[in-house]
Design a protein around this ligand. Structure first.
Ligand SMILES: NC(=O)C1=CN([C@@H]2O[C@H](COP(=O)(O)OP(=O)(O)OC[C@H]3O[C@@H](n4cnc5c(N)ncnc54)[C@H](OP(=O)(O)O)[C@@H]3O)[C@@H](O)[C@H]2O)C=CC1
Length: 445
């Protein structure tokens, strides 16, 4: 037992140190790179002599346009800072691997509400594209929206997987301008062909939560399609965007899935395939979970004190993993600055990881969204195969983006909130209601 314990400790220390020092090195590199290139790029782009854009024949639809419509913020704050404008400069392709997408639908995530208030600005500003903002130290006007489903309208000369006219979906990294706009620019690697069976509105509900869930379950949780059959997974906060997607992915991979959610979400999560459901508002919820066989992986979408009671639910000394999506990293860098904030967060992670490894032999990990177009290709296959359904709770027209934010701020999400940016005909003609889709899935299984 002791040698097992030592082995896990060594693995953990080695892994953590590698990740921590690489992260610090990357941050330093990006900082330097950003400072050096921002001014040069800005001058080139603003004066219109950027070699790439001068050479390029920007594709048919946006070619005559200089500006586009978008919802932007010019300062951080509450819903009042959202402003509709028709005078935002069109994104310009200035790297050969970039594609320009005409946005048909977007969706909102809790991150959009947080970013509207300034969350993560310190770290995210390190990576912003200097051509898309006014200056390297000023991120405004900032366009929110992390999911896109739309049509490729232009490609850089090095793009190999997409051509104008392709219908695509993508999760937009938070350091890039978002999808609450007519057009968005991404690199080829971040984009994937949209599932044929979904309308744009349905498709927009999936990429960001899918990329986050894959990062958490696969990269941090060590799960994969091949290894899931005998795994027991607990998902907390399962009725929201990440949870409703994760249940379906894990069931498609053959895992046994237990979830926590409010009582009134039980029908939803059972319809998506959850094997066991615990109402977290019930007084005996912790006891119900303790009576169950131990878990191999816990995906925590709730944070707070969850880790205090959840750690004891993992199989001890077996490589079991607790993965949380709620970490203090960005809050720390916002309040303490980049270096101190990263250092504090690193120390907190280090301490918790060691404590849990030494006392129980379980891994403690933070997970973050990671852009991954090729992984979305696999999700597309699962969607078209009927294994994963979009869970769209509410849809808003582009004119009602502030109302969509209000809906999200209200909390108690049951799936995703979608914004239809373009009123053009959707590829499927109509949006399948999530309830109906789930009923069909439940009947089929
Ligand atoms: N680190 C990263 O890169 C990322 C982090 N996240 C974070 O992950 C979390 C989940 O994201 P997402 O699914 O999009 O969020 P949502 O807002 O879509 O869903 C949260 C869900 O949790 C439920 N809930 C709230 N409190 C509890 C509780 N104590 N126990 C069980 N369920 C609860 C809510 O319903 P109700 O209140 O009715 O119970 C709601 O359905 C968020 O905190 C988000 O910020 C998300 C994406 C990326």
């Amino acid at each position: 037992m002791l040698s097992e314990q030592n082995r896990y400790c060594r693995q953990l220390e080695h892994g953590f140190n590698r990740v921590f020092f690489r992260a610090m090195a990357s941050i330093r590199f990006l900082w330097l790179l950003n400072a050096k290139t921002a001014n040069a790029m800005k001058t080139l782009v603003r004066s219109g002599i950027c070699a790439c854009s001068r050479k390029r024949n920007i594709c048919s639809s946006p070619s005559r346009l200089q500006n586009m419509s978008a919802w932007v913020i010019d300062q951080f704050g509450s819903n009042g800072v959202l402003r509709f404008t028709e005078e935002i400069s069109l994104p310009v392709i200035n790297v050969s691997s970039e594609v320009m997408i005409k946005v048909n639908a977007a969706s909102l995530n809790p991150l959009d509400v947080a970013m509207r208030g300034g969350y993560g600005a310190t770290l995210l500003n390190l990576r912003r594209d200097p051509s898309s903002v006014l200056s390297s130290s000023n991120e405004f006007p900032l366009i929110l929206g992390r999911d896109v489903s739309g049509t490729v309208v232009d490609c850089g000369s090095g793009v190999t997987h997409f051509v104008p006219g392709d219908e695509v979906w993508a999760a937009i990294p938070p350091w890039k301008q978002g999808s609450l706009a007519e057009y968005v620019k991404l690199t080829e690697y971040e984009v994937s062909h949209k599932p044929k069976s979904l309308s744009h509105a349905e498709a927009a509900s999936i990429p960001y939560v899918a990329s986050t869930a894959l990062s958490a379950l696969v990269n941090a949780g060590g799960l994969c399609r091949e290894s899931c059959a005998d795994k027991r997974v607990l998902i907390t906060g399962a009725s929201g965007g990440v949870g409703t997607f994760s249940i379906q992915l894990l069931k498609a991979w053959g895992a046994h899935v237990t979830v926590t959610c409010s009582q009134n979400a039980e029908g939803l999560v059972r319809g998506l395939g959850a094997d066991e459901v615990v109402d977290y508002t019930a007084e005996d919820a912790p006891q119900q979970l303790e009576l169950m066989p131990k878990f191999d992986v816990i995906l925590d979408n709730v944070g707070g004190d969850t880790e205090q009671w959840a750690m004891g639910l993992l199989k001890p000394w077996s490589g079991a993993k607790y993965v949380t999506l709620v970490s203090p990293l960005l809050l720390n860098t916002d309040s303490m600055g980049l270096v101190d904030g990263t250092f504090q967060a690193g120390c907190a992670l280090h301490n918790k990881a060691f404590e849990n490894m030494l006392s129980r032999g379980v891994f403690y990990r933070w997970a973050f969204y990671a852009p991954d177009g090729p992984a979305l290709d696999d999700i597309s296959t699962l969607v078209d195969g009927g294994k994963i359904l979009p869970v769209v709770e509410a849809q808003f027209p582009f004119s009602q983006v502030p109302q969509a934010f209000q809906k999200l701020e209200h909390g108690h999400a049951r799936g995703k909130t979608v914004v239809k940016v373009s009123e053009e005909d959707d590829s499927q003609g109509e949006t399948v209601e999530s309830e109906q889709g789930m009923q069909e899935k439940a009947q089929g299984s």
